[in-house]
Design a binder for this molecule. Sequence first.
Ligand code: GAL
Length: 797
Amino acid sequence: MERYDWNEGWRFTPNFTEGILDVNYPADALENIRIPHTVKTLPFHYCNEKDYQMISGYRKSFFAPASWQGKHILLTFEAVAHEATVYCNGVDVAHHCGGYTAFTVDLSTHLKYGVDNVIAVKCDSNETINVPPFGYVIDYLTYGGIYRKVTLDIKESIYLRDVFVYATADGNFRLYPSIVGESTGCTLHAEIIAPTGEKYAFKGKADAPLYGYIPNAATWHPEHPNLYALNVKLVRDAIASEPPVAAFTLDEMDINLGFRTIDFRADGLYLNGEKIKIRGLNRHQSFAYQGYAMPDSQQVLDAEILKNELACNAVRTSHYPQSQSFIDACDKLGLLVFTEIPGWQYIGDEDWKDIAIQNCREMVLQYRNHPSIFLWGARINESADDDEFYQKTNDVIRRLDPTRPTGGVRCIKNSNCFEDVYTYNDFSHSGKNAGCVAKRSVTSAPKKGYMVTEYNGHMYPTKTSDDALHRQLHAMRHATVLQGIRAHKDIAGSFGWCMFDYNTHKDFGSGDRICYHGVLDMFRNSKVAAAVYASQKPVEKGAVLELSGIMQSGDYAQLPPELWVFTNADEVRLYRNEKYITSFKPDYNGKYGALEHPPILIDDFVGEQLVTDEGFAPAVAADIKECLNASRIYGMNLPTKIKAKAMKYIMLNQLTMQDLTDLHNKYNGNWGVSAVEYRFEAVAGDKVVANIVQTPVEKVSLSAKVLNPVLTDGPTWDCACVQLKAIDQTGALLHYYDEPVCLTVTGPAKLIGPTIVPMRGGLAGTYVASTGKAGSVTLRCEMAGAPAVEVTIEIKV
Ligand code: GAL
């Protein structure tokens, strides 16, 4: 068997014509493209969904050696958005509906051997086709093109079509092979290599399931995602003829194997017998400019961000199956995955439903070996009940994978539940009420598991450039919902809406074709809300310290709100002009007490200073301190009870109104005084693990961070994600530094998107793509008012 990456040598036309099917077509006139490919790059926002809707054509000519004759020549497209017709030498050889799953075409009977052949793909990316998710409105752009990898496999006449692996936490596993061709005289060999390097070998009949056991298997779990490397070989046995024929391998497959047991119960999810609370986010697979067409490195980066930065233990691939490289990364990093069939609210006619059923089959067959997948989505996201249809989707999924539960995302209560888990989008939190509703008030199936699959999102869109109060309220909403979910012991967990901002249709979002629903922006820069998630990780995995708001009161329309700190440290110490004020600890009985690391309220800016510096008796100091701290939030309108405490001393002639005003100005105000610097110090154990300084800006700098500075060109083009940030002399983000940045690339690479990008909320980003050549690339970033910055990207081929 041989495998070829088939991502190069393609020609593209935005207007498909039958002419391109012809072997003699002058294809040089067509655009030379590399896969992943989008039929149309789009502007950052104010884009138009009509621009990518077309019937385009792809064409590739290649030589089929005579040695391929008699073999199976399998051409696999990992995804073509959204309807593909494949032609081989002018003959229509395959048709595939649905832009989110792979399909394979056996070319063997259509090829001409020993000569040049032509493959062409007619790609329909019109949103009018009768294919899920189309039919009504959709809150995300759907793009178009051959946007995932293409491969060509040359297989023997007998080969492994598939091997389904099921492994449980007790170390048992089963392999179910599916073989094309006559397998008499063949044996299945399985080798399993443990993460420690130990090897185990198993053998069985080629056409029967192979059962085995690994003693003391290290289990797969988000906290320790142990993966075993499984290699399955289909071997033609030796023949004791004269002369004897030695055994040889006909085909083989490599699979990542995880030993884990999933058990959804009425009171939650049990993984390997242990209850685990899901804390995840929804992820679309889109990127600025390119839409879906981004290389593996960017898919992997998203998984890394979810796991390592945002401390999620799960992700929902809303609202369709996503690239294998993303799910592979979830397997490796330890992210549980809830994946679902494509669709958005709308259920179409019988033809449409047949494709949805086919999507169920393809989803399960193509993704069921991933240990990270713990739940199949058997419903069209947020659709109405359709008993016959959903009985069928569940049946099809269970038949192909009896080992995992099904779910199906609803926005309706008490709907008919053919799934194993009632999964519900709970958008009940409005900023003032509880974070979520109780399971019993939603589900028609109280004995089944229950999980919240979306919250927030459109309830409170937030741009990086929004004012401080807005950014804070966005973050607090996420904290409140997470608190609610954790406090309800019978909710298996939740997925927030959503990981990052995304381009959408005219009917949704902020009018500029963006839904600003992310805890990250489109370049994966963090908003304040990201810190709510990030701070939930153990401090050993990276200290987090972020303020909910700013100390500059002038950005608040009225008075500043309560100030919270998102941190995973044990304690936060506050200093004013390097003078220690006081320290704060998480309150496990408080408003956010159910979280592993509850946000910490910073409500004392006075500390003991009224005693130590002003000479007040402790009891008097306590009363005045309460007034001073309250006046930060209430101004002159102090709650009567608190006001009375200060008035008491005025009545007793121990203090004058002027004294109080002076104290307020000294401890709360900063008008006219030389610069006030607040420093927040996070302490874990007895170590200072992070610092934030808030002080007047004196110097503006540009920070450019390349998330993946080493690129590999092959098997597709690659690209680097670069995040840009305007910062002050302490490294703090300058929220309103929205100047343009000029980007210049030197070396064998090109920019994706414009060469001048505006900062948005002090943040921006760009992508630098490889061009097929190795070398060192420099990206120069020039922002008005700051020194230029250069970063280096290495490209390997
Ligand atoms: C949900 C929907 C998501 C997204 C979200 C916005 O209803 O499932 O796709 O539109 O709302 O908050």
